[in-house]
Design a protein around this ligand. Structure first.
Ligand code: GLU
Length: 508
């Protein structure tokens, strides 16, 4: 790697919500920048006003903010190389296109729409590909085929024109990709792409290259779908005389559908039952697509999951906080082949981060779910419920449901336990055991546990035979957190109450 300062950019077009593939591109750019003490830029590529979608730019900013991917230079943050929105840089591009024409690397094309259609039809009739390129351009109306005088006359007259790059015929274009190694295209696979449009505005390609140059971008890290554009970009750097400071390229692999058949698309998420967007998206037409945030995912979990979709660390570690990812990340360990999206794995990551989160943080996450029945128990009580159950759920939003019996007598009772373990003998033993705890005021989990052992020994029974029906009578559940901790929290008085209810409902 060269020793120039690392400056990378995430350069989305605000044409809709940011798909998780785009989020992963942002993440890898961020990790790479931070690993090398470099800068992470956000550039909004909105040259194509026809595809502009209201709210999309704000959505991009909000998504990165939710994930904690701090932007060093961008539309909101400012910076020395602004503006960072291409629509505000429109005065910068045309001069480069004209310079290219002057240097013989581009040309003015005056063809009308009808002429272009006729050219395509003719080429197709001759079984040739219908491209405006080194072969066909010589039979078209442009500054290569018209006389100098006529070109000048047309320009002076204000005739409409576009600027096209003049690519060589049948020449190898080689470039190095950090992930894929050497890549070779032949120029005859390409066409003479438009650089400047009729309205004098740049196309994506010209604006992208000019901005990467002016913003001193050192590495271009972007999705595989941009690989076919790379040879054109290489030629632009060469023709503009910027090859020396050309960024290094890294084209990331695709994120595939769970079955591995094709790219994970914006439509797949709600079709297959998982979000593909970081935040819920409200489209201008009213359609709503689900988001990771609103589905209860923690941003740390989403980042960890995305980091491993296409990149692997040097060992088998799977759990990473953002600072650990920064330390470990390298483009060399990004794979060439697509990575299958796995919803269960996404949930697993969330579960892991839920277990790591403090009880207080989880309480904050469920604040708006708290009802009177919860609040009446007090914060300490709810915090203990959260602590006991966080290992049992994938999402914070499931905590209160899973632990409803900490606040209410059970609404339902597990059938299997009832049929197998709820019998006269167990019922009597449990009733007597709880009666003894009340009489002797043994209410801590430790005291209960010791007393159960003594109780079972004195009766010559196995204490295990009493534990599951006891849990069941109190919670209705077949399993849950450690039983004595659960009993201590619910308290002896309420346990007795639950036992009475169970006996009334299910007489033995
Ligand atoms: N504006 C392009 C996009 O929407 C950026 C491609 C690039 O990173 O060069 O993905």
């Amino acid at each position: 790697m060269s020793d120039r300062p690392v400056r990378v950019r995430f350069a989305p077009s605000p044409t809709g919500p940011l798909h998780i593939g785009g989020v992963r591109t942002a993440l890898y750019n961020y990790l790479f920048a931070k690993h090398h003490n470099g800068k992470f830029l956000l550039r909004i590529e909105d040259t194509d006003q026809k595809r502009f979608v209201d709210g999309a730019e704000e959505y991009i900013n909000d998504s990165l903010a939710w994930l904690g991917l701090t932007i060093d230079e961008g539309v909101r943050e400012g910076g020395d190389y602004g503006p960072y929105r291409q629509s505000e840089r429109m005065d910068k591009y045309a001069a480069y296109a004209h310079q290219l024409v002057k240097d013989g690397f581009a040309y003015y094309a005056f063809d009308t729409a009808e002429e272009l259609t006729a050219m395509r039809a003719k080429l197709e009739a001759n079984k040739m590909s219908a491209k405006y390129d080194a072969t066909s351009r010589m039979s078209m109306r442009n500054s290569l085929t018209l006389s100098e005088d006529e070109v000048k006359e047309r320009l002076d007259r204000g005739d409409k024109y576009i600027v096209r790059i003049k690519l060589p015929r049948n020449e190898e274009i080689r470039f190095h990709d950090i992930i894929r190694g050497w890549i070779v295209f032949n120029s005859s696979q390409l066409d003479d792409k438009v650089l400047l449009k009729e309205d004098g505005l740049p196309t994506y390609h010209l604006a992208n290259i000019v901005d990467d140059h002016l913003m001193k971008i050192s590495h271009v890290i972007r999705g595989e779908e941009w690989l076919p554009s790379a040879p054109l970009h290489i030629m632009l750097y060469r023709y503009l005389g910027w090859e020396d400071t050309m960024p290094e390229f890294a084209h990331l692999p695709l994120i595939l559908k769970p079955d591995g058949k094709g790219k994970l698309s914006k439509r797949d998420g709600d079709r297959l039952g998982f979000p593909v967007f970081p935040l819920e998206w409200h489209a201008p037409d009213g359609e709503i697509s689900s988001g990771y945030k609103e589905s209860g995912y923690m941003p740390e979990a989403v980042l960890n999951m995305l980091a491993l979709l296409g990149w692997h660390p040097s060992d088998n570690t799977e759990l990473f906080e953002l600072d650990e990812l920064i330390k470990e990340f390298s483009l060399e360990r990004v794979s060439k082949s697509g990575a299958k999206f796995d919803q269960d794995k996404a949930k697993w990551f969330n579960h892991q981060f839920l277990m790591k989160a403090s009880d207080k943080k989880l309480l904050e996450m469920i604040q708006d779910q708290l009802e009177e029945k919860h609040n009446s128990k007090g914060e300490d009580y709810i915090l203990k419920v959260v602590r006991m159950l966080k290992e049992k759920v994938s999402f914070a939003s499931e905590l209160l449901d899973a632990g409803d019996y900490f606040f209410n007598a059970p609404a339902t009772y597990n059938e299997k336990v009832k049929n197998k373990k709820w019998n006269a003998e167990n019922c009597t033993n449990i009733t007597n055991f709880i009666g003894e705890l009340v009489a002797s005021k043994k209410s801590t989990s430790q005291e209960m546990e010791t007393h159960l052992q003594d109780f079972a020994d004195s009766k010559g029974i196995n204490k295990g035979s009493m534990m599951q029906p006891l849990r069941w009578a109190v919670s209705g559940q077949p399993g849950g957190p450690p039983i004595f901790e659960m009993l201590e929290l619910i308290g002896l008085e309420e346990i007795q109450n639950r036992l009475t209810i169970a006996k009334e409902k299910f007489p033995v």
